[in-house]
Design a binder for this molecule. Sequence first.
Ligand SMILES: *[C@@H]1O[C@H](CO)[C@@H](O)[C@H](O)[C@H]1NC(C)=O
Length: 327
Amino acid sequence: MGIGRLPFLGYINVQISVLITFYNDSLFISSAEMRSSPVCLSTCFLALFLAAALAAQPRKPIDVPFQKNYVPSWAGDHIKYFNDGNEIQLYLDKYTGTGFQSKGSYLFGHFSMQMKLVPGDSAGTVTAFYLSSQNSEHDEIDFEFLGNRTGQPYILQTNVFTGGKGDREQRNYLWFDPTLGYHEYSIFWNSYLLLFLVDNVPIRVFKNNKDLGVRFPFNQPMKIYSSLWNADDWATRGGLEKTNWINAPFIASYRSFHIDGCETSVEAKFCATQGRRWWDQKEFQDLDDAQYRQLAWVHQKYIIYNYCSDRSRYPTVPQECSRNKDV
Ligand SMILES: *[C@@H]1O[C@H](CO)[C@@H](O)[C@H](O)[C@H]1NC(C)=O
């Protein structure tokens, strides 16, 4: 799977979105028509070309302003905008944190943003970036960044909920200081797997293990959310380190609000273009060797907690763990 190659490819996704409308129309030409009609020479060629374009791996645009894909969800006055929304900052003070969410709902795709986390003494604060469906048996894919005292390492906690069941926490340190500069955090989701990536390095995979009886998110559209809030009851050293309000406001910065997903209504049960998008193609159905090596590297050097190896919580190893290379 080549999601790691994303940034190096040509700019074709702008064209793709223009072409999709065309593609959807031309798709329904029957094969009989294709053989007999003289119109077919041009139309069918176009249909094939567009099918290829739709499946091709698009280039991720760098400057995607906030307002293209997102709206504030609460305490909008604690979000500040810079450079026409190409960069924003979330503020947390004694009174409130804040958050934002995607305008659209999606079934599968690639979602990323660049974030610079709360610098200095961030103990007690949590910054999150996650996908979630809105129903009771909900699906959710979480990145949560747990702040720390100055000079102490942030923890990145990830979790996956399927059908309302979570309890699949993993925690890792990062190989850089996430407060010094922007880094890209992304979620890749197709019907084969979910992937958490940090600067295009896969840090966690959650495969579709429905054959083992483990639910996988496939029929509940999700929105993308981000928020910054005070969680000093649990976040830093298990709640021992409290938020020091003398340092407020706490500020997390964001840019590059990229979304490339199958947009659906909130109630939709499937994606109309399922199977034909770039993320459905063969090369994205599993990680490639280089990505498995990167995943192993993260596991060896940076994982500090893994539900898969927590025998007090799970006397027997959860079903999905070996497939996900977590044990
Ligand atoms: C904060 O720093 C302490 C001491 O280095 C460390 O044990 C802990 O994992 C760090 N992160 C959090 C979020 O508690």
